[in-house]
Ligand binder design. Structure first.
Ligand code: UT7
Length: 319
């Protein structure tokens, strides 16, 4: 059976930075509250004319450059996003056009903050079943447009950004296993309960969240999913070199690491500078750790996400 491995990574953050201090003049909040309750110091905000596909293009060009491949070798594009450019066509098709790729399969996946893990698992399965050779897998989000900037319980939490990886068929088994879950009985706990009907927005078009419920659920499944991945590969937690979790709250990340018995110096965190970028948070963090050379050949890495749905999942990689 064919295997897949990551051959390039890239990421992009929009230029505008919104600090916690900036937010103090927008809503009734404080730098101290945001920092101590979430670990967030700042977030990047997309320009008015930037779309999710634009953020994605910038991240993809860096991934393509680092993989040193011709774009026309890409025969699959999967974009994980909750903030597509349009209701349709998919952001993957718009991205394909912007990258000048002539013909390949292209589609979006919608698994909110677990979207990148879902997309990477899907691309790996395409490669392992010989349906494609080189896949571009992207997480790109502009959450700043989904937020009610009068709601301090949500608007301080999110940011915009994009991350991308290229994976290709390989003799080296890079992606060892993937583990995906969903429990739709929680669909109302973290949602954007709006849609387009008859040319109008129906429902509330802003992020709505029962923060405490999401927090408790995330802490439980973020631990469970790592054990599931370790068990399938007969690995111990002590053999994991890097955990790259979804970046929603530093307290969730720290308690996951503690429950796993993993020291925080083996956990990649970007929450302070990026805030929660939903489907983009994991590939953004991965790219940063690859480029600063923390990630080295043959290391074991767990990527794990949790988000609205609820959805959650992990991908275990031998770099
Ligand atoms: O990416 C998908 C997954 N998302 C997550 O994993 C998010 C999970 N949830 C969380 O990270 C946390 O629950 C939050 C950061 C959202 C909230 O933290 P918390 O420690 O659970 O705070 P809380 O909601 O229990 O609120 C505590 C207090 C409340 O005031 P009272 O009722 O105690 O007087 C809130 O009104 O903090 C207040 N509060 C704020 N105060 C200042 C809520 N937001 C703010 C704010 N600034 N921005």
């Amino acid at each position: 059976m064919a295997h897949s491995k990551i051959i390039g990574t890239g990421s992009y953050l929009p230029g505008k930075i919104l600090t916690n201090q900036d937010l103090e003049s927008i809503v009734d909040t404080s730098d101290l509250w945001i920092r101590s309750r979430t670990g967030i110091e700042q977030r990047h905000i997309a320009a008015e004319d930037e779309m999710a596909s634009d953020l994605a293009v910038n991240a993809c060009l860096k991934a393509i450059e680092s993989a040193e491949i011709n774009v026309n070798k890409i025969d699959l594009i999967i974009v994980a996003t909750t903030t597509p450019d349009m209701t349709f066509p998919s952001t993957a098709c718009i991205l394909q056009n912007k990258l000048g790729i002539k013909d390949c399969a292209a589609f979006d996946v919608q698994a909110v903050c677990s979207g990148f893990v879902y997309a990477l698992a899907t691309a790996d399965m395409f490669i392992r079943s010989d349906r494609c050779n080189t896949a571009l897998v992207v997480g790109t989000e502009i959450y700043s447009r989904l937020l009610d900037w009068n709601d301090r319980s949500t608007c301080v939490l999110f940011g915009d950004g994009a991350g991308a990886v290229l994976i290709s068929k390989s003799n080296h088994q890079g992606i060892l296993s993937s583990h995906l879950h969903a429990d739709g009985s929680h669909y109302n706990t973290l949602s954007l309960p709006g849609n387009i009907a008859c040319g109008k927005i129906q429902g509330k078009p802003f992020v709505s969240m029962e923060g405490n419920t999401v927090f408790k659920f995330a802490v439980r499944v973020m631990e469970e999913i790592v054990h599931e991945a370790l068990s399938e590969n007969n690995l111990q937690i002590s053999e994991i070199d890097w955990l790259i979790p979804h970046q929603a709250n530093i307290r969730i990340i720290k308690s996951t690491a503690k429950k796993l018995g993993l020291p925080m110096d083996k956990v990649v965190t970007t929450i302070a500078k990026h805030a929660n970028t939903s489907a983009a948070s994991i590939p953004l963090a991965l790219d940063i750790a690859v480029r600063d050379k923390r990630i080295q050949p043959n290391q074991y890495i767990v990527l794990e996400g949790v988000g609205s749905g609820f959805t959650w999942g992990a991908v275990l990689i031998r770099w």
